[in-house]
Design a protein around this ligand. Structure first.
Ligand SMILES: *Cc1c(COP(=O)(O)O)cnc(C)c1O
Length: 408
């Protein structure tokens, strides 16, 4: 008789988006005439850049010819893409990387979830709260999270990010082995300053901690000062893994491609107390369990770095950021407290009049027929907030903001 991994039974059902969908469906049935606009789900809406499309067509044509056909590719990715990443995403910021420090992935969700394979179950975990749920759930699955007590996992250290601390998590007093940071942040849309990020690298160096840095929204940074990569901070190559994704950068949620940086200077301890390079462990893990990202997707990603590709993806990011600007301003104008939306496609709003997240969700749906995401769905410190996404069409965004101005 086979036995299951009992940790899966500990997982909380992730009801958030199915709950939202159920409630929206029920409302639509009661009000068939209502034109509901969703500002809820974090998925892109604009089509792929023409430069990406033509690169994909070309890659498909190569697959059709015996002399250019590609079968299994390198699990770590093709060097043409690794090199383009180094040249465009890191060199201009003064960061040097070798090809074998860049692992092409099929998205940041997979790698942030899988990276725990190479790390001991005994590690303690720290997360900012509210948070992207994958970091916690993947640790629950592997048995690293402990037990759920009063809505929190016993082996996970929650670092609240609220208006009270301006969404800047306090540097922990105690030693935490692995810390997840995501900036620009989903769900709050806030960023980390260079000075704060330096404090984290300093903390990690002092405690031999490992930082998992999720930079999925890096391309949305608009100002000059905000760091795009943790490796802009001295010593970060000795204490951090960084995750990137083309999902939000270039609308690749349905194409699938991203990359993970595991520097060769990064080590963690063996049971015998030896420092073991994580790069070689991750390489071994990927060679066994990952087949590589499809050639077509990697050629698509490469095209983002051409001058035409850069111009096109930047235009789409600007389109979303103009939505964000309109949303931020409209919400402010009616007296709401809002954060984010300046260097990220998310707006985080304090619910008015002491409503909790779900109360405001219903209030908004009934008054304006708009859908937001209740902040409490991202963690206990998200209670009393909601998230709006700027990933929408301009017409819908304008219509939604008119309703907020006139009806809320
Ligand atoms: C969307 C998102 C990702 C990217 O996910 P993919 O698997 O690459 O599509 C990663 N991290 C966060 C926080 C996200 O919101």
């Amino acid at each position: 008789m086979a036995h299951i991994n009992h940790n899966f039974l500990k997982l909380q059902k992730n009801y958030l988006f199915s709950d939202i969908a159920k409630k929206v469906r029920a409302f639509q049935e009661e009000h068939p005439e209502a034109h509901i606009i969703s500002l809820g789900i974090g998925d892109v809406t604009q089509p792929l850049a023409p430069a990406v499309i033509s690169a994909m067509h070309q890659a498909v044509d190569e697959m059709a010819q015996g002399n250019t056909f590609r079968g299994y590719g390198p699990e770590q990715g093709y060097s043409f893409l690794q090199q383009a990443i180094i040249d465009h995403d890191f060199k201009p910021r003064g960061i040097s990387l070798d090809l074998d420090e860049v692992f092409i992935n099929d998205g940041a969700k997979s790698d942030t979830g899988n990276i725990g394979d190479i790390l001991s179950l005994a590690n303690s975990i720290g997360v900012t709260d509210p948070i992207y749920p994958v970091y916690i759930d993947s640790n629950v699955m592997s048995g690293r999270a402990g037990d759920l007590l009063n809505g929190k996992w016993s082996n996970i250290h929650y670092m609240p990010c609220t208006a009270g601390n301006n969404f800047t998590p306090a540097i922990p007093q105690e030693k935490i082995d692995i810390i997840y940071l995501c900036y620009p942040n989903n769900p709050t849309g806030t960023v980390i300053t260079r000075a704060e990020l330096e404090k984290w690298v300093d903390y990690a160096m002092r405690h031999n901690s490992l930082i998992m840095y999720d930079a999925a929204y890096e391309a949305y940074i608009q100002d000059e000062q905000t760091p795009h990569s943790i490796y802009e901070i001295e010593d970060a190559k000795q204490c951090a893994i960084e995750f990137h994704s083309y999902s939000k950068t270039a609308g690749f949620t349905g194409v699938r491609c991203g990359y993970t940086i595991v520097p060769k200077a990064l080590t963690a301890l063996s049971d015998a107390g030896e420092a073991i390079p994580l790069n070689s462990l991750w390489n071994r893990r990927q060679s066994t369990k990952y087949n590589g990202t499809s050639y077509i997707s990697q050629r698509a990603a490469e095209a983002i770095y051409t001058p035409q590709g850069q111009q096109e993806i930047k235009a789409t990011i600007q389109y979303y950021m103009e939505n964000a600007c309109l949303m931020r301003q409209t919400l402010k104008d009616i007296g709401m407290d809002v954060w984010g939306g300046e260097n990220a496609p998310y707006i985080w709003m304090k619910t008015p009049q002491g409503m909790d997240s779900w109360q405001f969700f219903h209030h908004l749906l009934h008054r304006t027929n708009l859908v937001c995401t209740p902040g409490v769905g991202f963690g206990p410190s998200g209670e009393g907030y909601v998230r709006f996404t700027a990933f929408c069409n301009r017409e819908n965004c304008q219509e939604a903001m008119n309703r907020i101005s006139n009806q809320l």
